[in-house]
Ligand binder design. Structure first.
Ligand code: FES
Length: 74
């Protein structure tokens, strides 16, 4: 998905992606689904993010978080 986002950016094409994260509250209270470094919450700001939003999310395509919130390399 990250590769497609990079390709779409290179080709100046519109791109959207539906992201998945472990969610505990699902309503913006716990922060479990926050994306680094923007702090966008997948549960209320997403799950669909546009290409310009994805470009600012540095963890996109690099790591994910497990159910305990620990970083896991992709
Ligand atoms: S699941 Fe709790 S803030 Fe998103």
């Amino acid at each position: 998905m990250s590769g497609l986002c990079k390709l779409a950016t290179e080709k100046k094409m519109a791109f959207e992606a539906s992201l998945e994260r472990f969610m505990k509250c699902g309503c913006g209270l716990c922060g479990t689904c926050a994306m680094d470094p923007t702090g966008d919450l997948v549960c209320i700001d997403g799950p669909v993010f546009k290409g310009n939003q994805l470009e600012r999310i540095t963890e996109f395509g690099k790591y994910h978080r497990d159910s305990m919130g620990l970083k896991k390399e992709c």
